[in-house]
Design a protein around this ligand. Structure first.
Ligand SMILES: [Zn+2]
Length: 99
């Protein structure tokens, strides 16, 4: 196992841990950098995507943690009428298995 350094899709430099035969490591690392974003850009992307899923949906009531959790449930079940209308984060969390 070794660290390989390279440039991600987003243009940022980073490093990745590569396992396997020495002769294959460089190739594996190259693929990894080609196909991925650095961890900062990845987090930004996930955040933007989960916020996109909230468009047109009502504000949720609850603790910060509940609201975050409920939003991720909403993003997964965006087709559910209940999820589109419910404004209680706790209720969405309670019913997450019935959606
Ligand atoms: Zn980046």
């Amino acid at each position: 196992m070794a660290w390989e350094y390279g440039k991600y899709q987003c243009g940022h430099e980073g490093r990745t841990q590569v396992y396997g035969k020495v002769s294959l490591r460089a190739n594996k690392a190259e693929k990894h950098f080609e196909n991925n974003l650095c961890s900062d850009c990845w987090k930004e992307k996930i955040k933007a995507e989960s916020e996109e899923g909230q468009q047109g949906l009502p504000e949720l009531e609850g603790s910060v943690k509940q609201v975050q959790w409920a939003k991720s449930i909403r993003a997964k079940h965006s087709g559910s009428e209940f999820v589109k209308e419910c404004t209680s984060a706790a209720e969405i969390i309670d019913r997450r298995f019935d959606l």
